[in-house]
Every structure is written in structure tokens, then in C-alpha cells.
Design a protein around this ligand. Structure first.
Ligand code: TRP
Ligand code: SF4
Length: 400
């Protein structure tokens, strides 16, 4: 099995809510136990759309990290950092911009979509057009293999793959590449080098994808071989030059089924959220005032859970017997809506309780949070510097 490196970022534009928790965060928390994970605060990306409200970003950065930690993102299992604290992202972004055709950026669907959606903002900026390229730099600088994203982000990952391919195509032909690759093959040992040759031929002559995968896995597992040699061998497999940047795969995060207070998807823009640090009384009040099936004007009027947003919350938070109680009680008008909402309020509060307790601990100890992030930035920077050394090298920027 190839080693996966997972990277994902989130823009700091406000409080996290139950939709983030049930969609993105639970997924991150699972992934951190399965793979090497890097999670970062995409503060520059937030600036592309919120350049005129820097105070929101500044405040949200730390609050968001606290929300992550409180939800269970574990600094012992994942590297947590802030994009702008690893300025190499910006350097790679600039260097990649040299080879990025304008037309590729203009046809990324989010470019026009977001401009239309956020029509009140002037998004005809250089920074906003470059949003996907900055994202590519975020990913490529770590040679990440997997990027967990929502559906809307898939075009950004595909764009990233195209940029990596273009970069490798233009700069992947280092001097004496073939000789260096041949020398690296010898370092595999006689049995493995024979296997490598065999699989390389199988892939190049008959497009045998399985041989390609097997050979890749073998190289990645090879002990005691330098990164440079591994990349040469990976590049040579496919007939090209050295693979300097790695094409990542996207991993679609299952869409959050979390409904908001009005039955639509929970989202800040719909104003239907319960935030992770919402206090107990507000949570209760928000649920108590949720709309229900309009047919239930009086308590004696029967209703239909299928027409009620509260039912959607029961589907997530209630067990089968409570759900049966709701169905019968609503249709038979034997329970009132406030009664029906009680178990939902209790379940939401129970979910939030441990999160809020942890959040309070972190909020009380800003030094701890800052240290976690400082350590994450240091780790991330080390990886980023390695890639930049190679990138500068092939772009003719290593003056010594
Ligand atoms: N564009 C992403 C979003 O809006 C955030 C992001 C920035 C990101 N850089 C990234 C996600 C790199 C994954 C990988 O959700
Ligand atoms: Fe909705 Fe429950 Fe009232 Fe039925 S009883 S309308 S499911 S809140």
C-alpha cells in the first residue's frame, strides 16, 4: 500500500457550526487515524473574497483552530498550521503562475459562479482569479496524494493535476536524466531492478496500469532511497522526466446531510445554523422556534413529519423507537410539537457538550493553541522547503 498524504484547508470566515462538524470535521478526524494528515487555515484564500474585512479573518483564525481541536482534530495525529505562516506557498504560487495559461483559470467554474453569487463584492481581482492556483500551490508543495473536498472543489483539484502535469512536462527533464534513472534502478537491488524493468516495459508497451501501480508501490516502499531517486524512478516509469510535483487525487467528502433549522442544508448564508459554541439556552430556543408542519395549527390537528424540518433532525439524532414515537404522535396528534422537539434539543446538547468543554479549555489557554500551531507550521515548513528546493532548482533559481 502506497503511503497517503492528505491535505485540506478551510477558510476562516466565521464560526463553525454543526454542518461543518458532521460533514468536514468528522471526516478529518477519521482520516487523521488512517493517513498522514495536514490541515491548515487558508487565510490567504479568505482574503481573496474578504479583503475588505481583515478583522473577521484575524479573529476567525484562532477561533477556527479552537473549533477544530475541540471537535477532535488531534495535533498528535495531524499537522495543524496556518497558510500564511508558510510563505513558501506564496513563492510556489508565483512560480506556478509563470506557466499557468489565463484561459485555464478563467474556465474554472467557481470563478464565474462565485462572482455571480457574491455580486455585492468586487471580485474582478487578480487574487480572486488566482484562487485555484494558490490552492494548487497549497497541495503540490506537500506532494499530497489525497485531498478531501466537497463537490464544488473537484474542479480545483483537476486544475491542480493539470498544473502539476504541465510543470513536470516543462521542467522534468533534468540533465542526464536517463543516466541518473538507470543508476537509481541499480540501487533497487538485482531482484527489484529486474521487476522494475519488467513492469516499466509492461506499462510503456501495452499500457498495463496494474504494472504501473505495482511498480509505484514498490518504489514508494523502497527503504533507504533518496527522495530524488524515488522521483526519478517514478518519472522514468511513465517515460517522462523526473516527477517533481505529484498529481493529487481528490477524495469526495460525503455531502453533509445536516439540515439547518429551516430544513434546508445548514449554511451560514441561510442563517439556519447552530454553531459549535452556541450556548445551551440559545440552542434550545432556536430549536423550540423551528417551523413545523404548517398543518398543525392546533395541538389536535394531525401532521406529517415528512413536511417538517424537525423530523429531519430526528432522522439524525433519534433512535428507532423515538422516531416511531414521533411518527405516531404527529400523525395521530397525540403529541405536541414542543414535546416532539425535546429529544432533539437533548441530543444536540449532548453532542455539543464535550466539544464545548474542550473548546473552553483551549480558549482559556491561548498559549497552548499558539504552540500547537507554531509546531504545525514548523513541520509543514520543513516539507515545503524540500519541494521548493527542487522547484527552484529546475526553474534555474538556485544560485550558489
Ligand atoms: N478552497 C477550499 C474551500 O473553499 C479551501 C482550500 C484552500 C483548500 N486550499 C486548499 C482545500 C487546499 C483543500 C486543499 O473549501
Ligand atoms: Fe414536526 Fe414533531 Fe410537530 Fe410533527 S409533531 S409537526 S414532526 S415537530
Amino acid at each position: 500500500m502506497a503511503i497517503e498524504r492528505v491535505i485540506s484547508g478551510m477558510r476562516p470566515t466565521g464560526n463553525l457550526h454543526l454542518g461543518h462538524y458532521n460533514g468536514v470535521l468528522k471526516n478529518w478526524i477519521r482520516l487523521q487515524h488512517e493517513h498522514e494528515c495536514l490541515f491548515f487555515v487558508a487565510d490567504w484564500h479568505a482574503l481573496t473574497t474578504h479583503y475588505d474585512t481583515p478583522e473577521i479573518i484575524e479573529e476567525s483564525v484562532w477561533e477556527m483552530v479552537i473549533d477544530w481541536l475541540a471537535a477532535g482534530v488531534d495535533p498528535a495525529n495531524a499537522t495543524i498550521f496556518i497558510q500564511s505562516r508558510v510563505p513558501e506557498h506564496a513563492e510556489l504560487h508565483t512560480l506556478l503562475s509563470m506557466i499557468t495559461p489565463l484561459s485555464w483559470l478563467e474556465r474554472v467554474p467557481t470563478y464565474k459562479d462565485q462572482q455571480e453569487k457574491l455580486a455585492s463584492k468586487d471580485l474582478s481581482t487578480y487574487g480572486f482569479l488566482g484562487y485555484p492556483l494558490l490552492q494548487s500551490a497549497d497541495i503540490l508543495i506537500y506532494k499530497a496524494t489525497q485531498v478531501p473536498v466537497g463537490e464544488d472543489q473537484i474542479p480545483h483539484i483537476e486544475f491542480t493535476r493539470e498544473i502539476a502535469r504541465r510543470f513536470n512536462h516543462i521542467y522534468g527533464k533534468e540533465k542526464g536524466f536517463e543516466e541518473k534513472a538507470e543508476a537509481a534502478i541499480k540501487k533497487l537491488g538485482s531482484k527489484r531492478s529486474a521487476l522494475y524493468e519488467e513492469m516499466r516495459t509492461a506499462y510503456q508497451q501495452s499500457g498495463d496500469e496494474e504494472a504501473l501501480e505495482t511498480a509505484r508501490a514498490m518504489i514508494e516502499e523502497q527503504q533507504g532511497m533518496s527522495m530524488g531517486d524515488k522521483e526519478r524512478l517514478l518519472g522514468y516509469l511513465e517515460g517522462g522526466g523526473k516527477m517533481i510535483l505529484l498529481e493529487p487525487e481528490y477524495k469526495l467528502t460525503p455531502a453533509s446531510k445536516m439540515p439547518g433549522l429551516d430544513g434546508h442544508k445548514m449554511s451560514k448564508s441561510y442563517n439556519n445554523t447552530i454553531s459549535l459554541r452556541e450556548d445551551v439556552d440559545t440552542v434550545a430556543k432556536k430549536i423550540k422556534t423551528m417551523p413545523t408542519d404548517p398543518a398543525r395549527v392546533r395541538r389536535t390537528d394531525p401532521g406529517d413529519p415528512a413536511k417538517c424540518p424537525v423530523w429531519q433532525l430526528h432522522e439524525i439524532y433519534s433512535d428507532k423507537s423515538t422516531q416511531a414515537w414521533v411518527q405516531a404522535g404527529c400523525k395521530g396528534a397525540t403529541i405536541g410539537c414542543i414535546e416532539c422537539k425535546t429529544p432533539v434539543i437533548e441530543a444536540v446538547l449532548a453532542e455539543l457538550k464535550p466539544i464545548q468543554e474542550r473548546a473552553a479549555q483551549y480558549a482559556e489557554d491561548p498559549t497552548l493553541v499558539k504552540n500547537i500551531v507554531a509546531e504545525g507550521c514548523e513541520k509543514a515548513r520543513k516539507l515545503a522547503r524540500e519541494t521548493m528546493r527542487d522547484v527552484r532548482d529546475v526553474m534555474g533559481l538556485n544560485y550558489s
